[in-house]
Write a protein of this length. Structure first.
Length: 278
């Protein structure tokens, strides 16, 4: 996890076409109240980031995210228990997450998966929780949002064994070209964060250059992973603008065309238009 220091990056020139921040943590950005959420979303809108999916990593955050999604039409939520928090994961937690997952503005089950970097939860507990979240995503008919840290092969093995939901999103995709191909072959969507702009992330940038446009999302994972050239400074949803601009340059494509495609992908993947109508 990158240490954050200093002031937020400047709000960049607005994008020619608005995009969705597919994965952020508004509460961790310091936006605890409806007024604070509105301030963060107003900054994002000024940069052309017009909607966000705020993501939970524990039960309290899941309750908060589901509620925050009712405060502002630009906010949607995802709920799950982060793999590093699964050492205690029983019927109480499962019942609460299942209840929250049914709410119309909860548009994904996540973030869930496997994390072999941190030693906060046993692998057996992580695997059991991951399988339960896969089943929940299929039961409620919502996309599964994957957290994958140093666990590429096991993530795919579990998804293959359990049968992946119809829509799977790899949040903050961190694999190389070979892993990207394996994911895309399975129909999965890859969401790129500020890490894809880091100049020393050669294998990741090669993957980001290759991924077919129908399989691409952009995210911040704010307040973490601030994109180049502001790495290490506090991140917010408006910084998805920087990542998108870098991706357009990397992929040698028109910024507006890429923004349009990524917006359509987000609307399709998360069912945003249907969630608004609910």
């Amino acid at each position: 996890m990158t240490k954050r220091n200093g002031e937020r990056p400047p709000v960049p020139e607005t994008l020619p076409v608005p995009v969705v921040d597919a994965h952020t943590h508004l509460d961790a950005c310091g936006a605890k109240t409806p007024e604070q959420v509105r301030e963060v979303l107003d900054r994002a809108a000024a940069a052309g980031v017009d909607r966000v999916v705020t993501v939970a990593d524990d039960l309290d955050a899941a309750r908060w995210a589901a509620e925050a999604a009712t405060w502002d039409d630009r906010v949607f939520a995802a709920v799950a228990l982060h793999p590093t928090r699964t050492s205690t994961f029983g019927e109480v937690e499962q019942a609460e997450l299942a209840r929250l997952a049914e709410r119309p503005r909860v548009v994904a089950i996540g973030e869930t998966g496997l994390d072999y970097y941190w030693d906060y939860a046993p692998k057996t507990a992580q695997h059991e929780a991951f399988r339960w979240h896969i089943d929940l995503a299929k039961r409620v008919g919502k996309p599964l949002m994957i957290h994958d840290r140093d666990a590429h092969d096991d993530i795919l093995a579990v998804l293959d064994a359990e049968g992946a939901p119809s829509t799977v999103v790899f949040h903050c995709f961190s694999g190389d070209l070979s892993f990207a191909r394996a994911c895309v072959e399975r129909g999965f969507v890859l969401s790129f964060a500020g890490t894809a702009t880091f100049r020393n992330a050669h294998a990741l940038r090669e993957a980001a250059r290759w991924v077919p446009e129908d399989h691409v999302l952009v995210e911040t994972d704010a307040p973490f992973l601030t994109p180049h050239p502001y790495r290490g400074r506090p991140n917010e949803p408006y910084c998805a603008n920087y990542t998108l601009r870098d991706l357009a340059t990397l992929r040698e494509t028109d910024l507006g065309e890429l923004a349009t495609k990524i917006t359509r992908n987000a609307e399709r993947v998360f069912g945003l238009r249907d969630a608004v109508k609910s």
